[in-house]
Ligand binder design. Structure first.
Ligand code: SF4
Ligand code: SF4
Length: 605
């Protein structure tokens, strides 16, 4: 990717990485998450190729990531921290104080948002954090503007001594455009040093109040700064439209398609918070009505109404005409703009409508979680055993756990349940990524409170769902954690281990664990089917798989209960077959077949 300098086709993740390099970043940290899951990989490539010497911190959660970025910034380094929208919940505690401490080197907090929940677990609107943190918020409207906005954000951050938030929706993160990329400049020759100043960095009593006042003043200075929004079409028109972020391009295009350039004044602000009040007042002064086009809950509309409440009789519309849920698409914006301006909007569909069959998610062929859940199912059967679920690939459909809320909801909710229910068994589950994210503290909490409780860790040795970032138990990790020693040191009463690819071993260990009391952990390990990729490729080269239909009893265990997508039934027949192009040769179907109808054969040479 980074070899092509000049006009280069890049997506939103790459644009963030290039923006960071062009902004002379010194320090990068993140907790991986869609839709901003690849920024670290892309920046590492640029860093290696151009020998920039950027320091990386692949953090285990967003709380430590944002604080590490702030620490580097307080020593003068330009720092960036990247997380997904729900990650901001984890980082919210420190984020509340970073405006108060102020920063030294430019600090940018990039948050990938997900209107429409296309790549994550929800579409929480994190805009409402912004006035609470009271930090500037930039929202680029296009891929080239993402690249430009990072150096701008660093400068803004240094000028006002405030971390700058940058929100980017999945639509832009995964979209691509051709961008003119210069070679990244060398890093600034800065000697990083922390100037001790307890007065500035200690917030108690009167000092906390004084720092708060200083923070408010910095935001007020920025609010009345010379930062300008961009204006389009006819500034004398009585109808105004204001947009932010990815909605801008739809809005701009809709006005042109409807031929409403003369009758419309469009304003798009990349600095979404704090709004430049004078600019908004000037914009609204000659308007009879205003439409706000934006995704999610209507943060910009709320801000405008708040600002103009006592000043302008001009009605402001927005979420009464556009949905607050799901992502905005072009047709929605086109209809809303046409309706607002009182004209027809019946453009021919741009693409022929295609009926897309519903498709559920599933585990990959050879996924260790599929066989682990098969083992769990053998124990749970039709009982009302509670299965605590967690975020991660272990929570993919068919959603065997009883809930899917947030990171470590399995290990947390299950503890409360374990303390109050008498007649139901509980198996809390979670991946090792979640365990090292915060689950480790939750487990310690169970030990601390002597909670009679069983937790199962799916250790696939990688943070798989967000792009194969190393986890502390990854093979080949320089600092690979010994999970048994770790659990012993936490004071876990009973530790069990099982091989994920042996579902009856999982079943056996689970049954053993259920018979005991105290804090119990079953650590189920098995490499992700696609990591290390070489292992997966090697197995395909040296092994093949055959199903003997003459032995098959058509019990459907392999393709229904286990649910491996590489195994199928021939149409109009009870014969089953394996798709060798998909089969990962994990061998789990052999384990579950009651008739020994499946055979793995070693290939010669
Ligand atoms: S067909 Fe069998 S060996 Fe192949 S991926 Fe599926 S479970 Fe594994
Ligand atoms: S598990 Fe064995 S017996 Fe059952 S359908 Fe599959 S191959 Fe046939």
């Amino acid at each position: 990717m980074s070899k092509l300098i000049g006009k280069t086709w890049i997506d939103g993740n790459e644009a963030l990485a290039w923006g960071a390099a062009l902004g002379q970043i010194d320090y990068f940290t993140h907790y991986p998450g869609s839709p901003v899951n690849r920024v670290a990989n892309d920046l590492e490539e640029i860093d290696q190729e151009h020998e920039l010497g950027i320091k990386f911190n692949h953090a285990l959660n967003e709380h430590v990531a944002i604080l590490a970025a702030a620490g580097a910034s307080l020593c003068g380094a330009r720092s960036m921290v990247v997380m997904k929208h729900v990650g901001l919940n984890i980082a919210a505690d420190p984020a509340n104080y970073l405006g108060v401490t102020g920063v030294k080197g430019g600090m940018v907090i990039v948050v990938g948002t997900d209107p429409g929940a296309t790549c994550s677990t929800g579409e929480e609107d994190v805009h409402w954090y912004v006035p609470q943190f009271n930090l500037p918020l930039i929202e680029p409207v296009s891929i080239p503007q993402i690249v430009e906005s990072i150096p701008t954000a660093f400068e803004l951050s240094e000028r006002y001594s405030l971390p700058v938030l940058l929100f980017l929706p999945a639509t832009l993160c995964f979209n691509s455009d051709a961008v003119d990329l210069p070679a990244p400049p060398a890093r600034r020759p800065v000697r990083f040093h922390f100037e001790q100043n307890r007065d500035a960095y200690t917030h108690v009593g009167a000092k906390a109040v004084q720092h708060h006042a200083e923070h408010l003043q910095r935001i007020a200075d920025l609010r009345s700064s010379t930062w300008r929004a961009r204006e389009f079409f006819n500034s004398s028109a009585p109808v105004g439209i204001i947009s932010r972020g990815a909605a801008h391009c739809h809005t701009y295009e809709a006005i042109i398609e409807l031929g409403l350039e003369e009758g419309t004044h469009l304003l798009t602000t990349e600095l979404v918070y704090p709004l430049n009040e004078n600019e908004i007042r000037t914009f609204a002064a000659n308007k009879e009505r205003i439409l706000v086009v934006e995704d999610q809950d209507g943060f910009l509309e709320f801000s405008l109404k708040n600002l103009l409440y006592n000043e302008s009789p001009c009605p402001i519309h927005g979420k009464d005409r556009l949905p607050s849920h799901g992502d905005l698409d072009y047709q929605m914006v086109l209809r809303a703009v046409a309706d607002f301006l009182g004209c027809e909007s019946n453009p021919p569909p741009r693409l022929p409508a295609v009926e897309i069959p519903e498709r559920l998610g599933t585990y990959c062929e050879g996924c260790p979680h599929r066989s682990t859940f098969f083992g769990i199912d053998q124990v749970v059967g039709d009982s009302d055993t509670i299965i605590g679920g967690d975020i991660g690939c272990s929570s993919l459909p068919p959603h065997r756990p009883d809930w899917l809320l947030c990171m470590n909801a399995g290990i947390g909710l299950s503890q409360g349940m374990a303390q109050v229910v008498d007649e139901q068994s509980i198996i809390s589950t979670g991946g090792e990524g979640s365990f090292f994210h915060m689950g480790i503290i939750s487990l310690l909490n169970a030990v601390h409170n002597k909670i009679d409780f069983l937790h199962l860790v799916f250790d696939n040795r990688i943070v798989a769902m967000t792009g194969h970032q190393l986890s502390p138990t990854s093979e080949g990790h320089d600092q690979q954690v010994d999970h048994r020693k770790l659990l012993e040191s936490l004071g876990v009463d009973h530790i069990f281990e099982a091989n994920a690819f042996l579902p009856f071993e999982v079943k056996y260990r689970l049954e053993q664990a259920q018979k005991l009391s105290g804090v119990r952990v079953l650590w189920v390990r098995g490499n992700c089917a696609y990591f290390p990729d070489a292992e997966h490729q090697h197995r395909r080269k040296v092994r093949t798989l055959q199903i003997h239909n003459d032995k098959c009893g058509s019990c459907r265990t392999c393709f229904e209960d286990l649910g491996c997508p590489a195994i199928n039934e021939r149409p109009g027949s009870t014969d089953i077959y394996v798709d060798l192009d998909r089969c990962a040769r994990c061998g789990v179907c052999l384990e579950v077949c009651p008739n020994e109808a499946i055979e793995v054969q070693e290939l010669k040479n």
